[in-house]
Design a binder for this molecule. Structure first.
Ligand code: ZN
Length: 275
């Protein structure tokens, strides 16, 4: 697998509430020929890389020099699904990526609308060469060698049951459109932790006995798969291999990134001749 660098053709601006801060944010995503995704806030540049992760409780947040930006996972997943490896994300207001409708759909459609530009460099690949597993307590993440890219998620959801979903290199409507969800019983603890302040029935699917708001039958599993893809992209390249998450979360994804960075064969092509 070899892939040229890719960026947007034009800038796109998103404005809206942040799911955790409850405050309005405004970001502009700009084309860039420099390899990598970079966030900018208050004059500070924060690369979208694992070593800048400062929080994994309920969202994945990055930080540097006292500046923290929150909830990067859905935007990062959109970049991954569209194979974008170069962009600049400028914070113009607030410090959280707008939640939009709770899924990747708004970012995905806007990026497709402005179009893409191929770049001269080659994308970084992390090739999984051996099987390994992280199993802290009942939930686990397992990786295996695989020709191509495969992400899978399996988990049990209240009122919905056990669901398994996967991504095999082509994003489906359900994966792009799966919204953030919330178990009713988790709401008090989120509020106690000062989180979820921007959650509402438009951007968050409530899991209750009444499933009339469910758009896809496995919507929460697809959303967890989206989070997994967005989180893993913070290794700084694409995965060649299989990643399976059983009831994983941002914290576990963080541990896996650590492992992938240390254990994978990192392939950096400098020219087509290097293949
Ligand atoms: Zn999410």
């Amino acid at each position: 697998m070899v892939l040229k660098g890719k960026t947007l053709k034009d800038s796109v601006t998103f404005e809206g509430i942040g799911i955790h801060t409850g405050e309005v944010s405004k970001i502009s995503v700009h084309p860039s020929s420099r390899k990598g995704i970079f966030f900018y806030k208050d004059g500070i540049e924060i690369p979208a890389l694992h070593r800048f992760v400062v929080n994994t409780l309920a969202s994945t947040d990055l930080g540097k020099d006292g500046v923290v930006i929150k909830t990067v996972e859905h935007l990062m997943a959109t970049f991954y699904l569209l194979k974008i490896d170069s962009a600049v994300v400028e914070f113009r207001r607030g410090n959280e990526i707008p939640i939009t409708d709770g899924s990747a759909k708004v970012f995905y459609e806007e990026f497709k609308r402005v179009g893409f530009e191929a770049l001269d460099h080659y994308q970084t690949l992390f090739v999984i060469k051996e099987e390994f597993e992280i199993r802290p307590n009942g939930n686990f993440l397992r990786v295996k060698p695989f020709e191509g890219e495969k992400f899978a998620f399996e988990g049990y959801f209240p009122y919905i049951g056990l669901k398994r979903v996967e991504y095999l290199g082509t994003p489906t409507e359900a994966l792009i459109g799966a919204r953030t969800f919330c178990r009713m019983e988790d709401i008090p603890s989120l509020w106690i932790a000062s989180l979820g302040k921007g959650g509402n029935p438009v951007n968050t699917l409530p899991l209750s006995y009444d499933l009339k708001y469910l758009v896809y039958s496995a919507e929460p599993a697809y959303h967890k798969l989206l989070d997994l893809i967005g989180d893993i992209y913070l290794i700084g390249g694409r995965v060649v291999g299989e990643i399976f998450s059983f009831k994983g979360n941002h914290r576990l994804n963080h541990q896996l990134r650590d492992y992938l960075i240390k254990k994978c064969k990192r392939e950096e092509f400098v020219s087509a001749k290097a293949i």
